[in-house]
Structures are given as structure tokens and as C-alpha cells.
Design a protein around this ligand. Structure first.
Ligand code: ZN
Length: 333
């Protein structure tokens, strides 16, 4: 079975042609450059850019994989959550192709795309805990099986990736700031600035990152910004974020142990899982409890169409076809 998937929930325009046996015939991810000069994503510009880029990369994907649109068995696209204009462009494009080829269209939840991405290259046994860390989401889920996915906690304000990008902007770093902060942090002293650990004293599994950004801003206003400052603040901020994530994951593990639920693995999914420092700290926690830490393939961490194609293959079939599904910017699991 051949699946053609489109992902346009935010500022990545991506298409993928995947066989149901996991062979990726073509996978193209285009990161929109237009937002760099604005230091953040401008929704209207994202929608326009998706419209321009989608047709080009779709042509390339079919040409490279030597597949004809009529050979595709299922067309699929992200239908939420995300920016509504961006979701409309991608889903309408995939729906139009499905109508043209007279094949079914299956809507996919972007969050399921991320959560199932680690099952592409790992054998998953249930129940399984998942930490989703991206520019739009910071959530902890327990996945009891493909159908039963429960949200245990999430950010009450900014997402972790968003906090990285905003602090990067405050420090005068290039957009996206997350990558830059990890590079600068390597040269800095992570104990130089003492930053707050929001919600750490609360017994729930929720996160808050906006206060952290405000604290960074207050320190910036009182100091001279030179290379040492940027390096030390990058390292201190990264350490602080990592401590918050580790604290909440450890609390989730302890809660499940109390409930006598035995976890075999914890997955870390989403673009922030590219951060090697955070990964190594999370690994310390999972090693302590003898739980396996698993990650999706690198190309399936940041927003991408391969995870959408795979979520479609992993969980759904032609019975789930629904061309009338309306994209929902606030779609949940
Ligand atoms: Zn995402």
C-alpha cells in the first residue's frame, strides 16, 4: 500500500510517499525562510509560503520516486492542531489530489503524528510514556494502546521550543533560537545564573515557561550583553529547562510506580528532542528507573510528513477515510 502525506501545520512544508512496509520513497521537508527576518512565525506568510512550495515539492516527490499520483492508495494530511490557514492549504491540497486520483483521504492529528513517530524505528510495548516537546506543545502522555492515549500534563503557557526561541531572540541570536542556544551553551557556565523552576512545587505534571522568559529578560536589562553573557545565559537557561522536564518526567514515573503500572519505555518526540543536552539529562532519569529511552529517527523529530504518513499506516485504514473532515486548529487527542 502506498501513502502520500502532507504536513503544513506550522512553518514546515513537507510531503512524503511511504509504503506500508515503512519504505520511504520520497520525503521532502522545506523549512520556510521568510519568518527569519521577523524573528518568529507570521501565520499569514506561512499559509502563502505553503501554497507556493507544496506544488513544487509534490512534483519533485512523485518524479524522484517514479510514482504516478494514480498509484497512491491513500492520501493523507495533518488536519490539526496548528495554524488554521496553514492547515487549510495542506489538507485542501491533499484532498484535491485524492479526488483527482479517485482515492480515499484520511485526516491525521498532528499530535498522533509526533506520538507514533517513535514506533517507526522501535518496538513499542504498552503502556508507554511519551514526552512531546516542540515549538507548539509541551505535553506528557501515557499511551495505553493505539486507541487509548491520555494526556497527563501540559504547559499552561508557552511551549518549551517557543521559550527557547523567545530567549534566543532576547539574546540577539538567529531564529530559530533553540539550535543557537545549544551551541552557545557549550561555551558557557550553566551555574552562572540562577533561574526559577516554575510549577516545580506543584504536584501536577503541568509546565510553565513564560515566567522563565521574563526572568531572563529582567537579567538582560541589568547587564551588559557580551559573548560571555550570552554563553552563560544560554547554558543556565538550557540547564533550567532540562531540570524542569526531568523533574516532571520523574514525577510521572513515580506516579505510575505508585499506581503499580510498569513502563517499559519512554519516548521523547518533537523538535526539541534534537537537543543533545536535554536528551542526555532525560537518559540519566530513565537509566535510574531502568526504563528504555526511545526516540524517532532524526528526520521525524521536527515537523515532517513522514510521521503523518506513518501515523496513517500505523493506526488507520480506508474505513477512516473522511474527505469532509474540517481542519481544526485546536484538535486534541
Ligand atoms: Zn509538531
Amino acid at each position: 500500500m502506498l501513502v502520500f502525506a502532507v504536513e503544513t501545520s506550522c512553518d514546515e512544508t513537507s510531503v512524503c510517499i511511504m509504503k506500508s512496509n515503512k519504505t520511504i520513497l520520497s520525503h521532502i521537508i522545506y523549512s520556510q525562510e521568510i519568518h527569519k527576518k521577523h524573528g518568529g512565525i507570521v501565520p499569514e506568510l506561512a499559509s502563502r509560503a505553503h501554497l507556493e512550495i507544496l506544488q513544487k515539492i509534490t512534483k519533485t516527490a512523485f518524479k524522484k520516486s517514479k510514482i504516478n499520483p494514480k498509484d497512491i492508495d491513500i492520501y493523507t494530511a495533518t488536519c490539526g492542531p496548528g495554524l488554521i490557514g496553514a492547515l487549510l492549504v495542506g489538507s485542501t491540497f491533499a484532498k484535491a489530489l485524492s479526488i483527482g486520483a479517485n482515492k480515499p483521504f484520511i485526516p491525521i492529528n498532528h499530535l498522533e503524528g509526533h506520538l507514533f513517530s517513535s514506533s517507526f524505528n522501535n518496538k513499542i510495548s504498552f503502556p508507554h510514556l511519551s514526552l512531546l516537546i516542540t515549538g507548539g506543545h509541551t505535553q506528557i502522555y501515557i499511551i495505553k494502546n493505539k486507541e487509548k492515549i491520555k494526556l497527563l500534563g501540559e504547559t499552561i503557557d508557552d511551549a518549551v521550543g517557543e521559550a527557547f526561541d523567545k530567549v534566543g531572540k532576547l539574546l540577539g541570536l538567529k531564529y530559530p533560537g533553540g539550535k543557537e542556544i545549544e551551541i552557545k551553551a557549550k561555551k558557557g557556565d550553566e551555574n552562572y545564573f540562577k533561574l526559577p523552576l516554575p510549577l516545580i512545587d506543584k504536584s501536577n505534571l503541568n509546565f510553565s515557561f513564560s515566567g522563565l522568559k521574563t526572568s531572563v529578560n529582567l537579567i538582560i536589562k541589568k547587564n551588559k550583553i557580551d559573548n560571555d553573557f550570552v554563553n552563560n545565559m544560554s547554558a543556565s537557561f538550557q540547564k533550567c529547562v532540562s531540570e524542569i522536564l526531568c523533574f516532571k518526567i520523574e514525577r510521572a514515573i513515580k506516579n505510575l510506580i505508585n499506581e503499580k503500572i510498569k513502563l517499559s519505555s519512554i519516548s521523547v518526540v518533537g523538535g526539541v528532542a534534537n537537543n543533545n543536552y536535554i536528551k542526555s539529562k532525560l537518559l540519566n532519569i530513565t537509566n535510574k528507573y531502568k526504563i528504555k529511552l526511545i526516540l524517532p529517527p532524526k528526520e521525524m523529530l521536527s515537523d515532517n510528513a513522514a510521521m503523518i504518513a506513518w501515523a496513517c499506516i500505523y493506526k488507520y485504514n480506508k474505513k477512516n477515510a473522511n474527505i469532509d473532515f474540517k481542519p481544526n486548529p485546536r484538535l486534541t487527542i
